[in-house]
Write a protein that binds this ligand. Structure first.
Ligand code: FES
Ligand SMILES: [Fe+2]
Length: 510
């Protein structure tokens, strides 16, 4: 008897009951949405949907967001005690402080820290204030052998111990041993440095949740910061942050990108209280646009292709020939397939990396992670963006917005120095941020909205106290507010700044 050869059939993936329940919940939630799901696009790529891309979502309701959170000075003051002095926050890259004495001045509202490389290579977060009469020890980043106060010269070691007390004869009444600079807790992940001022805080690992696992194949710590642009902009830090937490503004705000980005196709995933992400397919048209041919989508991608090229050129000093890409789609090939192939070939060559097996989603899609409260790293095999938004002092009407690029170092190449921060003048056009290449004009479109939102919210607060959010597409903003409310000690739908606001005692002991 001969064996009958049967075709190989891959076993159907086992879906847990929990996962099935989430899938069904999301399916109900997005019923009526035009276009395919993100998952269907990945399946059409011909790759099995990896665990990494599974849905993770829960319904956080449909409460409005109180406008007071964006415009009230009292709320901003409460955020200091309840949020900023309690939460893990990203302060710099490890590569910013490679040698002992290197330091970054990190200001958050009215607190300031020297993020310092100590002699033994560890990283310290020292309070940036002289313990004599309170002068800030440093106002800018740099490298010093010790921290000497420019006022009378009291000096601390890189580890924060008092080293020199001039005219000690006149300070017999102070305990030198007690004059160490207060320190915040320090943690690192992916080459980023985080601090937390709360001595009783949970570990950074707990705050980061699934993040390290999702990035485990992306050596973020080996990447180099290839651009860093900042500006003070006239809106609340949450207004700015939220503009980067949803994708559906793309068709209206960034119409030039809509032919090749599936904005409303975006998948939203929520993890615990602190991590959330959006997955936006690229190389497919926005479902808002009907009747586009694959060649139209591809033309649009090529128009934007310098976006990849510019970012790459900044970091490697190499560029590839603009004419080196086939402009006409071969018969039967989709725009998404072709742009993936071109990126594999051109950017793969420039980075000296083999992307031949890298799935399209890791090369072309916008995989944007959010780490509560204000850190937004993207995940991609090539250069990707990183955003951070923080208050500008206690002013509820302005904030500091930062955009960085993180670029893989080509195999075998020398690691370049990280880009220094470049401040745009207030009001300066982000198109001037040449460091960001073609993305600068896209960021500029976002930035043009923000001051108008801040002004509009103030006017709106006279006629309505809160704003509605899209139930699914803006669920990452709602997630942000739910966690914020937890930190602030209020119910998420509470319109006021919180109970017994006057009894909030400073709780920070470094
Ligand atoms: S204020 Fe720093 S030494 Fe006097
Ligand atoms: Fe945008």
């Amino acid at each position: 008897m001969t064996d009958i050869k049967r075709p190989e059939v891959s076993p159907a993936p086992v879906v847990s009951p929990e996962q099935r329940a989430i899938d069904e919940l999301v399916a109900r939630k997005i019923a009526g949405r035009p276009g395919p799901t993100y998952r269907e696009i990945i399946e059409a790529d011909g790759h099995p949907v990896p665990e990494l891309l599974e849905l993770s979502w829960r319904d956080l309701g449909n409460d409005n967001i109180p406008i007071e959170r964006y415009i009230s000075r009292e709320w901003a003051e409460l955020e200091v005690e309840r949020l900023w002095r309690k939460v893990w926050q990203m302060v710099c890259r490890e590569e910013d402080i490679p040698k002992p004495g290197d330091h970054v001045v990190y200001d958050i509202v009215e607190d300031s820290f020297l993020i310092t490389r100590a002699k033994d290579g560890s990283i310290k977060a020292l309070q940036n204030t002289c313990l004599h009469r309170g002068r800030r020890l440093r106002s800018r980043n740099g490298r010093v052998p010790e921290f000497r106060c420019p006022f009378h010269g009291l000096t601390w070691t890189l580890e924060g111990d008092l080293k020199d007390l001039p005219h000690e004869w006149d300070f017999q009444h102070v305990q030198k041993a007690n004059m160490c600079l207060p320190q915040a807790k320090v943690g690192t992940w992916g080459g980023y440095v985080f601090i937390n001022m709360d001595p009783d805080c949970a570990a950074l690992e707990e705050h980061l949740g699934i993040l390290p696992d999702h990035f485990k194949n992306t050596a973020y710590e080996d990447r180099v910061k290839s651009a860093h642009v900042a500006q003070i902009i006239p809106c609340n830090w949450k207004v700015a942050q939220e503009a980067f937490l949803e994708a559906w503004h793309l068709t209206q705000t960034h119409p030039q990108s809509a032919p090749s980005a599936g904005d409303v196709t975006t998948q939203v995933d929520l993890y615990g209280d602190t991590i959330a992400r959006t997955l936006t397919p690229v190389g497919v048209a926005s479902p808002n646009l009907l009747g586009l041919e694959e060649q139209d989508i591809y033309d649009n991608l090529l128009e934007g292709r310098t976006f990849y090229q510019d970012r790459l050129g900044i970091q490697t000093g190499k560029d590839f020939d603009k004419d080196d890409v086939e402009a006409t789609l071969p018969e039967g090939v989709t725009a998404r397939q072709k742009i993936t192939e071109e990126i594999r070939r051109t950017i793969g060559a420039a980075l000296n990396a083999d992307f031949s097996e890298t799935p399209p989603y890791m090369l072309v899609d916008a995989l944007e992670y959010f780490v509560f409260p204000n850190f937004v790293p993207w995940a991609q095999e090539q250069t990707n963006q990183v955003y951070r938004f923080r208050p500008n002092g206690l002013d509820p009407d302005s904030c500091i917005a930062e955009v960085m690029y993180l670029t893989p170092v080509p195999e075998g190449a020398e690691r370049p120095k990280p880009a220094k921060i470049r401040w745009l003048e207030p009001g300066e056009d982000w198109v001037d941020a040449k460091d960001l290449g073609r993305l600068a004009s896209t960021i500029n479109q976002d930035m043009l909205n923000l001051p108008e939102v801040q002004k509009g919210l103030k006017a709106l607060s006279r006629t309505q106290g809160s704003i509605p959010l899209a139930s699914y597409m803006e669920s990452r903003i709602r997630f942000f507010h739910h966690t914020l409310a937890k930190y602030m000690g209020i119910r998420n739908d509470e319109g006021q700044a919180g109970p017994e606001t006057t009894s909030v005692a400073p709780t920070v002991v470094y």
